[in-house]
Design a protein around this ligand. Structure first.
Ligand SMILES: NC(=O)c1ccc[n+]([C@@H]2O[C@H](COP(=O)([O-])OP(=O)(O)OC[C@H]3O[C@@H](n4cnc5c(N)ncnc54)[C@H](OP(=O)(O)O)[C@@H]3O)[C@@H](O)[C@H]2O)c1
Length: 337
């Protein structure tokens, strides 16, 4: 079967299209014929060994998110049947309950082989059926970006009607967070570097937008938009350069979900703003299978469609990370097999 793998050096230039023997499912396992994948910011970092030892060893098949059709099942498999279309869980061993380091290190696309292969063998516990109304490409966007947004907005954040939510940027995680927050009746403010993307987010349901380049002190603007209170919940994907503004924009007692570090990892924080206003800074790490199944039910119930910016062919994998890194996209970047 055809696979892309990082051969013998950590670099995107070292992504090689090659052949591996087709795997066979054992008891409790299934064989998937992969149909589509989607890219995450993580897939830019992994080829550069961006997660250190957690990235795994070479050779490595990259990319965590995809969809496949079940074509063979091993003895004793009960959760799926031949013909089902399923998403592999990004974190294969995190089924339920809280995260542990052991669970968190079972991630596809590093350290475990990822989805850039024609066929994959997985444990039946490590997959979730996709909603009927979604195409393979649309469903391939769900395991990382959508579940991360669901964990922050719903599982942990418990957003409800009338809450004020702020999402940063118009990438994969933030547009899913916008869609889930609107499903739960929240008022949503989106920040973006582009007026055009801001308008597209408003067309998708956002209530207000702020251009964070022309309004660098956007925290103040958010206070103004929310009657001086600030928002209840922030989807923080910027990190170093955006957190100071988020600390101005959050209401007393509100929660900032620390999800990404697109503008840098290290910073000085004014801790007084956190302590005296009882602000919660909460890390998010994707989510577990229980969360993924709850999210799939909500997506089906509301016939929700993920936003896809562009699709590359399987053979064009090397171009996709560069496209993502340029930040011109709105929503998700996919790969068709
Ligand atoms: N913790 C987790 O479990 C988890 C899961 C998934 C992703 N992540 C992380 O979350 C981040 C976003 O992931 P993604 O897949 O949504 O990325 P993405 O699709 O590449 O989206 C990035 C978008 O964020 C906006 N952005 C970029 N730099 C920014 C800045 N300095 N300030 C504010 N917004 C900025 C841009 O939107 P505009 O073009 O509109 O400005 C850009 O298009 C990444 O750091 C990723 O590693 C973490």
């Amino acid at each position: 079967m055809k696979v892309f793998q990082l051969q013998d050096d950590w670099s995107i230039d070292n992504l090689t299209l090659t052949e591996r023997p087709q795997p066979k499912p054992g008891p409790g396992q299934l064989l998937l014929q992969m149909k589509a994948a989607s890219m995450n910011y993580r897939d830019i970092l992994v080829p550069q060994r961006g997660y250190g030892a957690l990235t795994g060893t070479l050779p490595l098949i990259p990319v965590s998110d995809g969809v496949g059709e079940v074509i063979t099942i091993g003895e004793g498999v009960r959760r799926v049947v031949v013909g089902d279309h399923v998403c592999p869980l990004m974190i294969q061993s995190w089924i339920s309950g809280p995260p542990t380091m052991e669970r968190l290190s079972s991630t596809l696309g590093g350290p475990l082989d990822g989805v850039m292969a024609e066929y994959m063998v997985l444990n039946e516990q490590g997959v979730v059926k996709i909603p009927d109304h979604l195409s393979n490409e649309e469903a391939a966007t769900l395991p990382c970006a959508a579940l991360t947004a669901w964990s922050a907005i719903v599982t942990d954040g418990q957003v409800s009607a009338g809450d004020n939510v702020l999402v940063q940027g118009t990438g994969g995680v933030s547009l899913f967070a916008l869609q889930f927050a609107k499903l739960h009746g929240a008022h949503v403010i989106v920040t973006s570097s582009s007026d055009e993307k801001q308008q597209r987010a408003i067309n998708l349901g956002a209530d207000k937008g702020i251009n964070y380049l022309s309004t660098p002190e956007w925290g103040k603007e958010v206070k103004h938009m929310t009657g001086a209170n600030g928002v209840d919940l922030i989807i923080e994907v910027g990190g170093q350069k955006t957190l100071p503004q988020s600390l101005r924009a959050i209401r007393a007692g509100g929660t900032i979900y620390l999800i990404g570090v697109l503008s840098g990892l290290n910073m000085d924080v004014s801790l007084g703003q956190v302590v005296t206003r009882k602000v919660r800074l909460q890390g998010i790490s994707v989510g577990n299978r229980d969360g993924m199944e709850a999210m799939m039910r909500a997506i089906s119930q509301h016939s929700m469609k993920p936003v896809i910016d562009r699709t590359f062919a399987f053979e064009e994998l090397r171009e996709a990370p560069n496209y993502l890194a340029r930040s011109g996209h709105f929503g998700k970047v996919c790969i068709n097999y």
